[in-house]
Ligand binder design. Structure first.
Ligand code: FMN
Length: 415
């Protein structure tokens, strides 16, 4: 982008992230989420050329190391890092999250992913990932172990009694002696849990196994769908699954991915939207196809752009994303199909008031809890959202103007 400035360099030192998170806190965002993966894609065209040309999936800073820097520069906004249950040992993850919950004073969250790329698994001593549904079985056990570790220090275990010179009460700190199908962990954790006890869990399950996992464990669920009726269906399905697991569905916030295009005038926004998402340029086509190729591990460079693509593709990666993509675009050419996909969510463009109107309509129809704004990495875009769109939503009482509760989870849930 001609408006990226020197973000490509400032990004490496975290300066860029510090600037944007301050804007976001001022604009009343609940949280920032850092997506993550740990590989350099090679699926598209059988080479890393296109992925590296457009910096797709790489480079990435490790979000775990970035969060405490951002915590020092802010006071209220939630900070969510992605970590994979296929690659981390549960003890290390539990300890990292507890550490971050203390360092951020109760503002940390974990986006739980199972990962979808064999090429990433090969960085951790595996030839390939377990099957899709087995990954969720592993994730269930992983989260169970992590929660047991966070609970291995009972409330009141830390006494810090100066008179007796005693730091902690050993009768309130317990090994967990977990021996399951996938993990064996003795415990206890070597530190007490942070202010939230269990940090906020985020998830984006799309498949039946993924939705069950999310409905059972997550406080924030993020989802992508450009079709309003499907968004509604998804949220209702998640809420029904949550009830099945004995949870109050209102304790889960379902947030839909959008990428609003905001401008001073309706015409300006329409033009900018068309530039970004209309007839795709060669570069946009390459980027979108390379993106789908790396998440599905299917080389889309082999298909004719101006013909329908096969409807019987199979992946051990993000199957639900692929199924949905095939179903929605039956009969369409690949070029037509990726035009919709490149938008990520329902089209939203206009002046701040027009975008706010559209978002309000969508939430009314979907019964949704809000949105996850997916941002191109420029300060200009962040400013359009934080100084243009968000204040308009705040004036309408749709976005917070303060953070009344002490922790991220309490602010998210409103109690
Ligand atoms: C908004 C959004 C963000 C996601 N972020 C990540 C991520 O950072 N890392 C990752 O490996 N997967 C990520 N995913 C993929 C999901 O974890 C999940 O695998 C995907 O939605 C497909 O669902 P399934 O696993 O139930 O098949 C993301 C998905 C969505 C919709």
């Amino acid at each position: 982008s001609p408006f990226a400035g020197d973000a490509g360099n400032e990004w490496f030192t975290g300066e860029y992230h510090v600037d944007i998170i301050k804007q976001m806190e001022r604009a009343g965002f609940d949280f920032i989420m850092f997506e993550d993966s740990t590989f350099v894609p090679e699926t598209y065209g059988g080479s890393s050329e296109i992925a590296l040309k457009y910096s797709q999936h790489a480079p990435k800073l490790d979000p775990m190391a970035l969060l405490p820097i951002l915590a020092r520069e802010t006071s209220h906004i939630g900070l969510v890092a992605t970590a994979s249950t296929s690659f981390y040992p549960p003890f290390i993850l539990a300890r990292l999250m507890a550490t971050l919950d203390h360092l951020t004073k109760g503002r940390v969250g974990w986006n739980v992913v199972t990962s979808s790329e064999d090429i990433a698994a090969q960085n951790y001593g595996m030839d390939k990932l377990p099957d899709h549904d087995v990954r969720y079985e592993v994730a269930e056990e992983f989260v169970d172990v992590v929660k047991q570790l966070w609970d291995s220090w009972e409330p009141g275990a830390v006494v810090m009694d100066r008179e007796t010179g005693r730091y902690a009460d050993h009768t309130k700190v317990h090994p967990i002696h977990h021996r399951g199908k996938h993990f064996a962990v003795r415990g206890p954790l070597n530190m007490p849990p942070g202010p939230q006890g269990h940090p906020v869990l985020c998830q984006a399950g799309g498949s039946p196994a993924g939705r069950d996992f999310a409905a059972k464990n997550a406080t924030a669920i993020i989802a992508t769908n450009p079709v309003i009726s499907k968004m509604k269906e998804y949220r209702e399905d998640i809420r029904a699954r949550a009830e099945k697991f004995g949870r109050d569905p209102d304790d889960i916030k379902v947030l839909f991915q959008v990428s609003p295009v905001v401008a001073e005038t309706s015409e300006g926004a329409k033009k900018a939207h068309h530039q970004r998402f209309g007839a795709l340029s060669h570069a946009q086509i390459e980027q979108t196809l390379a993106g789908i190729s790396s998440t599905t591990e299917i080389d889309f460079s082999q298909f004719d752009l101006d013909a329908p693509f096969p409807q019987d593709l199979k992946t051990n990666g993000h199957q639900s994303i692929l199924d949905d993509f095939m179903k929605r675009n039956k009969g369409k050419t690949l070029r037509e199909s990726i035009e919709e996909r490149s938008q990520f969510g329902p089209p939203i463009f206009g002046t701040p008031a027009e975008c706010a109107d559209r978002m309000e309509e969508i939430v009314e129809e979907v019964g949704g809890d809000g949105f996850l704004i997916m941002s191109p990495s420029t300060r200009r875009y962040i400013d359009e959202i934080c100084s243009g769109l968000a204040p308009e939503l705040q004036r309408r009482g749709l976005v917070r103007t303060s953070y009344p509760q002490p922790t991220f989870k309490q602010n998210l849930l409103g109690h």
